[in-house]
Design a binder for this molecule. Sequence first.
Ligand code: GLC
Length: 531
Amino acid sequence: MRRSSDLQPEIADDSAWWRDAVFYQVYVRSFADANGDGVGDLDGIRSRLGYLELLGVDALWLTPFFSSPMADHGYDVADPRDVDPLFGDLAAFDRLIAEAHAHNLRVTIDLVPNHTSDRHAWFQAALRAGPGSVERDRYIFRDGGGYDGSVPPNNWPSQFGGSAWTRVPDGQWYLHLFAPEQPDLNWDNPEVAADLARTLRFWLDRGVDGFRIDVAHGMAKPYGLPNLDPRAELGSGVMHDNSLDPRFDNDGVHEVHRMIRKVIDEYPGRMAVGEIWVKDDERFARYVRPDELHLGFNFRLVEAPFDADGVRVAIEHSLGAVRGMDTPPTWTLSNHDVTRHVTRYGGGGLGAQRARSMTLVELALPGVVYLYNGEELGLPDVELPEWALQDPIWLRSGHTQRGRDGCRVPLPWEGDTPPFGFSEAVTTWLPQPNEWAGLTVESQLEDPRSMLSFYRHALELRKSHGAFNGDELEWYGAPAGCFAFRRKGGGLICALNTSGGPVPLPPGEVLLASGPMAGNQLPPDTAVWLV
Ligand code: GLC
C-alpha cells in the first residue's frame, strides 16, 4: 500500500500531538483565492502557510474541498476521493500537505459520512434503479403514507427547514436530514461502511494527519424511523435534548466510530474529532471511548452567553463530560455554522473587547482549542444584503432565516478596498464590507494593540510557558459576575470580569491582559492571566 512517505515528508510522529493542540479551521471557500475566481482554494491556503506559522497554530482543519455541486458549499459530496475543480486538484492537495508539513503544521480534513450529494453516482443509480433495488438500499427510501402515498413516511424536519423527506417521480420518498441535495446514507448497508473505510485510507495514504467527522452523532437511524416527539426543542444545528428526537445520537452510531477508529489506528499519529451536538454529558462521553473518536467537539462555549456564571457552567460541563475518559476537552468559540463571537457578544468595540477576554479564557483551559479563520482578526458577522445570501437555510426557511453566510465572508488580507488581497477577482463569492479595511492582516500585523498581535502573543505564551501545565482546574471564590480559576499543575490563574464594574485582581503577576488594566483592578469585560 502506498504510504504518505512515498509522496512527501511527514512531520515527526509524537503520537498524541493533538492532546493540547491549537487547530485553525480554514473555511476553504473564504480563506485565500489563488486562481482569481473569487472563491478560496487549496493553492490559496498554501500561499498563506507562512501566516499560519507566524500566528502560532499547530494544525489545520480544512472544510470539504471534494467534488461537489455545492448545494451546501461542499457538505454535499459527489465524490469523496477527489478534489473539486473549484478548489484545485489532487496534485494541489499533495503540494499543500507537503508544504504545510514543512511549516510544521498538521493537516486534518472534513469527512461527511452521514449523507452524500444527490449527484453522487450511488444516488443517481438509486433513482434509476427503482423501489426495492440494491441501489436504493444504500440510502433511506420509503413509501409514503395516505391512500396515494403522498404523506411523508414520518414527521421528521430537515435541519435546514421543511420536511426531511423528498418524493421522487416513482412515488417513493428519500430521507435527508439536511438539504434535499444531501440524501442520508443507509448505515445498515455494509457497502456504506466499506466505502468510508476506503475514503479514510485514500486520504491517510496521501498524508493527512486526521479528520473532522461531520454530523458525528448522525449516521445511525432508529429501527422503524419513529416519529419525533413534537415537544422536542429544535433549531438548526442547536444542541438540544436528543431523548425526544430520534434523528440523532442513536446507539448504532458507535459502531461507525469503532470502524473509523480501527482504520485510523493502522496509521500511527493520526486522529479524528467528531462534530457532536449532544447535550447530555454522559451520552457525549460515549463518543470518545478508547475505541472511538480521539476528540469530540462540544459546543458549550459557543452556546454560553457572555456571563461569568454561564461560562463557568459551560467549562464545568465540558471538563466533566470527558473526565476519566483519557481524552482532553476541546474548546471552540466560533465556526462556520454559528454567529461569530464578536457579534454574539454585542458587536462593535464592546463585542471585540469581550471576544478578547473570552480568547484568554479559552486559551487558559487545558486541552484542545479550535480557532475559526478570521477570529484572530476580530472579524464580526456581516449583515449581507439579501441578494447575496447563498446558504440553503435562507431558501428552505422561506426567507425567514438568513442562515450562516454572515460568518463565512472571505478574509481581508491587505489593501484598502475589497477584495482586500483575498482574490484577484473583483467580485468574491460573498461580498466583503468596506469597513474591513481596518481589520486586514496587513493593518494588524505590526500593530501591538491589534487583535492579531494579541492572538499571537497569547498563543506563544500558551505554547512556551510552564504555567499552562496540568489537566485539572481549581476555582477561586470571586465577586458576582466574575470568576477565577487556576491550572493546578502549572499554576496559571485566569480571571474574567463580566460584571458592570471593576473588581480587585487575584494575587499574582500579570502575564497578559485582554485590555487595559486599572491598577490592581480588573475592569469590566476584561480577562487576565496571572502567574
Ligand atoms: C455540519 C456542518 C454544516 C453542514 C452540515 C451538513 O453541521 O458543519 O456546515 O451544513 O453538517 O453537512
